[in-house]
Design a binder for this molecule. Sequence first.
Ligand code: GLP
Length: 244
Amino acid sequence: SVFKSNQIGSIAVAEQIARIIRSKAAKGQQAVLGLATGSSPIKVYDELIRMHREEDLSFEHVVTFNLDEYYPMSNRSTKGYNYFMHEQLFNHVDIKPENIHIPNGEISIQEVHDYCADYERKIDEAGGLDVQLLGIGRTGHIGFNEPGSHLESRTRLVKLASLTIQDAVNDFGREELVPSRAITMGVHSVFKAKKIIMLAWGEKKAPIVKEAVEGEVNEKVPATFLQKHPDVEVVLDEHAALHL
Ligand code: GLP
């Protein structure tokens, strides 16, 4: 879907997420949300917070799993995704702390393998993701699944592409300060979600959006794998849709 602005598109996405939360709650079930960081979902989170405040949208029975986190990364660092998610959403709604899952950038390298397998298991135990929210990086990454990531990839430690590192310089100040690795859910882990909503705003994303949506499906642009998912919605503003 193409919207006039990212504001209008974000409200439409927040409404879909709220509908999932409410319909699950009506059945006495928890909603399991796959969440993303970066600038793209910020207005979606703003709108969910507004709905929590003004329209009784409760997160009491919501379980969340975030896509990724830089590695290594302190959970208190203002640069990390743990901090970002609390600032942008969790601190402002009634979600239970034990229902929040974000890959832990503080674990030791020896623990990473088991930690990732466990993260994956927890998603399954929660009943799988009802919806996965995604942004897209200019390399075509989803989460931090950079070019070369397979359709079968699971939660794991990865190296960031140099374009991704350059795009993160804004947040970290200098290239040397950007972590070179991250823990990310795999393409497979994302793909298992019942529904996927991918967001992209602005002209900077237009070329990669075209490749993701119209390009040949292959691991050079991991976002192309989404073309094979049975329930995907790509939500764009007019600028990001420029080349379609
Ligand atoms: C980071 C995140 C991705 C996100 C991407 C795009 O690399 N790990 O999940 O999709 O940035 O960021 P933005 O939404 O700021 O363009």
